[in-house]
Design a protein around this ligand. Structure first.
Ligand SMILES: Nc1ncnc2c1ncn2[C@@H]1O[C@H](COP(=O)(O)OP(=O)(O)OP(=O)(O)O)[C@@H](O)[C@H]1O
Ligand SMILES: [Mg+2]
Length: 470
């Protein structure tokens, strides 16, 4: 599935209001990668990847655009904070960890997809395993039924069956009981019964070792080594309900059914061809022309230099194999209030040739953001309360008022963009969420302008309060 630029924008429009220029740019960049990969091999290596720099104030959709883009491209995606690499104890190699994390993400993604595909078969296998526990298969001597894992009344049923059909042989009987149990199991009648299941031990890291280069450097071998020591592949017995056992066993069986070697190959390929790395706060590693000598500035410049080969295209060693970053799409993002893109080292500037500015959001945008996106906040609260039988609707004036308040608080306190809507909506719904279902059981509630004002007026008027709450 390779979307055209216009299709990509249309998909992004479902979630992100405005920011046309940014949507356009990411759409082009995504398509360009596909174009580049399909270009004639002679010229392919010459085409520089079109990485993007998104510039704009906080809370206007930078991260959201990148995240949605990754989702619809079904691409492995991670977000890193550039400033994290300037922290004390930072060593050059750490920057490569973003590629390792992306690979890890890709592996999980591919494995989940593969497991999803074998889910039917896995569910069957899990069912058999649960039946084996409930009614142990006959041993060579016959009557395994008597050893039945009797929870409470398994053996009664077994004995009853025996009396019903005195002529049945043990095997037939066992088979019949099994089918009877299978039915009960599928009807969910046995869900609450507790059984003892042999499950794989989960490998929990019991100690962390940090080498001079952080866990990364040692991680490659150490984690595997530890895995072997701490009983990878070993099992342990646990008591649990049938319902719980089913979930765990389906996962275990699905895991067994997939080919891990294939998964790794596929995941590596996906990282290299489709991976997206979002480098947030990239402006925090820029150094203004006047600086450059003090400690933190040196460190920031160091991070830029370390980023360079990765963004340019290099080969990173991960525990699954080598990963080439040539086709990975990098999206840098930052407010660039203090530093400017031109404060990045020239080589890095050149690697982010597409610059796109995101606008700060207006009252009208807020109104649309509350109404339109598939995941709009109004829809989220409606869905939450609907689970309790309370159906919320918003009058148009109410939404307009919410947008107005958001814009006002942003102006008076601090402009945090669309994030303001989250705090406002949670204050608006505070009372309702507490009242349902104790005081308000079921029914329809319309949120009108009066209700909005009643809930929020004091907060907005009192500047001290709104600083803390809104
Ligand atoms: N244009 C928009 N349309 C719809 N929702 C938006 C828009 N801008 C922001 N939001 C919502 O606001 C929240 C914050 O947005 P986002 O994380 O993209 O901010 P950002 O631009 O990355 O800010 P920062 O620079 O602080 O990281 C998200 O929940 C997102 O859904
Ligand atoms: Mg962000």
């Amino acid at each position: 599935m390779h979307l055209t630029p216009q299709q990509i924008v249309a998909e992004l429009d479902e979630y992100i209001i405005g920011q046309k220029a940014a949507k356009r740019s990411v759409a082009i960049a995504l398509r360009n990668r596909w174009r580049r990969m399909n270009a004639d091999p002679d010229i392919r290596e010459e085409i520089v990847p079109n990485n993007i720099l998104m510039i704009g104030p906080t809370g206007v959709g930078k991260t959201e655009i990148a995240r949605r883009l990754a989702k619809l491209a079904m691409a492995p995606f991670i977000k890193v904070e550039a400033s994290k690499f300037t922290e004390v104890g930072y060593v050059g190699r750490d920057v490569e960890s973003m590629v390792r994390d992306l690979t890890e993400f890709s592996i999980t993604m591919v494995k989940n997809e593969m497991q999803e595909r074998v889910k039917g078969k896995a569910a069957e296998n899990a069912e058999e395993r649960i039946l084996d526990i409930l009614i142990p298969p006959l041993n060579s001597k016959g009557f395994g039924i008597e050893r039945a894992n009797t929870g409470n009344n398994t053996s009664e049923i077994a004995t009853a069956t025996l009396e019903d059909n005195p002529s049945s042989t043990g095997t037939e009987l066992n088979q019949k009981t099994r089918e009877r149990f299978r039915q009960k199991l599928n009807n969910g009648e046995l869900d609450d019964r507790s059984i003892e299941v042999e499950v794989k031990k989960s490998i929990s890291p019991t100690m962390q070792v940090f080498g001079p280069g952080g866990i990364e450097e040692m991680g490659i071998n150490l984690q595997e080594m530890l895995g072997n020591l701490s009983g990878k592949g070993k099992t342990t017995k646990r008591k649990m309900s049938v319902a719980e056992a089913r979930e765990i066993l389906v996962d275990e069986e699905a895991e067994k059914l997939i080919n891990h070697e294939d998964a790794i190959q596929e995941a590596l390929e996906r990282v290299q061809k489709q991976g997206i790395i979002f480098i947030d706060e990239i402006d925090k590693i820029a150094v203004s022309k006047t600086g450059g000598k003090s400690g933190p500035d040196v460190s920031r410049q160091g991070v830029q230099r370390d980023l360079l080969p990765i963004v340019e295209g290099s080969t990173v060693n991960t525990k699954y194999g080598l990963v080439k970053t040539d086709h990975v799409l990098f999206i840098g993002s930052g407010a660039f209030h203090v530093a400017k893109p031109s404060d990045l080292i020239p080589e890095l500037q050149g690697r982010f040739p597409i610059r796109v500015e995101l606008n700060s959001l207006s009252e009208g945008d807020f109104y649309n953001i509350l109404n339109e996106p598939k995941n709009a906040l109004t829809k989220q609260y409606q869905a939450m309360l609907a689970t309790e039988g309370v159906h919320i609707s918003f009058s148009d004036k109410a939404v307009k008022e919410l947008a107005r308040i958001a814009a006002e608080v942003n102006e008076q306190v601090e402009n945090i963009g669309a994030r303001r809507l989250h705090t406002i909506m949670s204050s608006l719904f505070d009372e309702l969420l507490f009242a349902v279902p104790d005081d308000i059981k079921k029914g329809n509630i319309t949120i009108d302008k009066d209700y909005v004002n009643q809930q929020l007026e004091n907060l907005v008027k009192d500047k001290d309060l709104s600083q803390y709450i809104l």
